[in-house]
Design a protein around this ligand. Structure first.
Ligand code: HEC
Ligand code: HEC
Ligand code: HEC
Ligand code: HEC
Ligand code: HEC
Ligand code: HEC
Length: 284
């Protein structure tokens, strides 16, 4: 499949060289304390993420009172099978918990969860178990409406991710894809629109605003493969001209810019080193 090989080439290619920085690790970490304390007498540090099995878990409970109870949606399972783009662009899920307005009706009409969970669309070689319908509560209902119920789920984080490469925190998703352990699908017949293949463009990173900040590892090209364009532009990164905006660490920690994904679904912000090459591994 040609798209897959392009994808594979970009994701497995040798890392781009990242300019050396002489900034001492201590100053680097200390700076975020000092700057933030001076600015607002508040310490801005990324929160420690929850247990890896709960990272990226969304509890859907807008209608919990009217149905078989709240619904648990896990990114670890779904992102291993599909790209972010497929769900957040083609299917149209919001990038914010409980903002989409998923309901039994939308699911039964084939939108939202029901776009895949309809009992007929074959994904993974078998039809995907159906979402809400008017049939009386059955075992399949509890696979999603699982809060407070035991042994209703077939997948557990531990068993499912046991063989995946692990990193500083939880699964190293980039490595899992690079080694071919996961091959997230970007196109589902009937849900996605056929697009012209992506034009190859020169890859680029984000240049730090301050000269003392470690160079930032960010591949525009790799992010495009996972996220498409629409997930980032125009909402998360409106200023499209390179090098003009300052994506401050404070804003990131508050969930803007990089923090719209990192700290929620993509690797968490306290893994400083993964973005600031050469920074110390630091777990607050
Ligand atoms: C199978 C579909 C699916 C895939 C694949 C998927 N998401 Fe999501 N995502 C959702 C749903 C559903 C929600 C919750 C939306 C709601 O509650 O309205 C969500 C919510 C989010 C949120 C908000 C979480 C919060 O706690 O506020 C972020 C951030 C996010 N997704 C990022 C990603 C990223 C990054 C990827 C790819 C690595 C990804 N998603 C892949 C379906 C998906
Ligand atoms: C892009 C397709 C897609 C979308 C959209 C999607 N899912 Fe899934 N989901 C799957 C597939 C495929 C599986 C694996 C099914 C299997 O192996 O039986 C799955 C599995 C699950 C499981 C695991 C059940 C278990 O027994 O462990 C839950 C829970 C789940 N989905 C909830 C949801 C919810 C809630 C939504 C909507 C907010 C949703 N999914 C949207 C494709 C999707
Ligand atoms: C693939 C996941 C999934 C499955 C399976 C599923 N549901 Fe749902 N259901 C949802 C989601 C997501 C919501 C919205 C949850 C919220 O925000 O409170 C929901 C909401 C509901 C509601 C709340 C009322 C409303 O108007 O939205 C009812 C009732 C309901 N489901 C019934 C069922 C029944 C009955 C079954 C089994 C036949 C079932 N659901 C199976 C995902 C699922
Ligand atoms: C993960 C988020 C993300 C994704 C996905 C993404 N971009 Fe960007 N894009 C950025 C960031 C961040 C910048 C700004 C870099 C800066 O300010 O230095 C940028 C800058 C740009 C620029 C200005 C670059 C320049 O040369 O001045 C263009 C054009 C652009 N993006 C187009 C795209 C297109 C087209 C896609 C999809 C093929 C895409 N972007 C996908 C984050 C993203
Ligand atoms: C997801 C990537 C990412 C992670 C993880 C990350 N940073 Fe940053 N950091 C950035 C970006 C992007 C900038 C600002 C780039 C610019 O100047 O526009 C930045 C800037 C900074 C700055 C300079 C101040 C500023 O606001 O410009 C400091 C200090 C900093 N980071 C410290 C840290 C520390 C300490 C950690 C770990 C706790 C960390 N960063 C984790 C992406 C990240
Ligand atoms: C739309 C969601 C999204 C946004 C916004 C985003 N990322 Fe990512 N990023 C991802 C996903 C998904 C991965 C794959 C690895 C993972 O999920 O842990 C990733 C991987 C990375 C990687 C490792 C791969 C690479 O590019 O070399 C770095 C470094 C990174 N992000 C930095 C950043 C920085 C810096 C920003 C802000 C300028 C940013 N990201 C914004 C979703 C996002």
């Amino acid at each position: 499949m040609p798209t897959y090989s392009i994808r594979k080439k970009i994701l497995t290619g040798t890392p781009r060289s990242e300019g050396a920085s002489s900034v001492c690790a201590f100053i680097f970490v200390a700076a975020i304390f000092v700057v933030s304390v001076a600015a607002s007498a508040q310490i801005y540090l990324p929160q420690s993420p929850p247990q890896a099995s709960q990272y990226g878990q969304v509890l859907l409970n807008n209608h919990a009172a009217r149905g078989p109870g709240p619904v648990v949606f896990d990114h670890w399972l779904h992102r291993s099978k599909f790209t972010c783009r497929l769900c957040h662009v083609d299917i149209g899920f919001a990038m914010q918990a409980n903002a989409t307005g998923v309901s039994a009706t939308t699911n039964a009409q084939g939108f939202h969860c029901g776009a895949c969970h309809n009992g007929t669309t074959a994904l993974d070689g078998k039809p995907t178990f159906p979402a809400c319908s008017s049939q009386p509560e059955a075992k399949t209902c509890h696979r999603c409406h699982s809060v407070g119920k035991e042994e209703v789920r077939q997948y557990t984080y531990e068993a499912y991710t046991a063989k995946f490469p692990k990193a500083f925190y939880g699964v190293d998703w980039e490595a899992a894809e690079k080694f071919g352990m996961i091959q997230p699908v970007d196109f589902v017949e009937g849900l996605s629109v056929k697009r012209a293949p992506m034009k190859s463009r020169e890859d680029f990173s984000v240049k730090p605003h301050y000269s003392w900040v470690r160079p930032i590892a960010f591949s525009h090209e790799k992010h495009t493969i996972w996220n498409g364009c629409e997930l980032c532009h125009p909402e998360i990164f409106p200023a499209a001209e390179r090098g003009t905006a300052h994506y401050s660490m404070f804003a990131n920690i508050e969930g803007q810019y990089c923090g719209a994904c990192h700290g929620k679904v993509a690797f968490p912000l306290n893994n400083c080193q993964k973005c600031h090459s050469g920074a110390p591994v630091w777990v607050p």
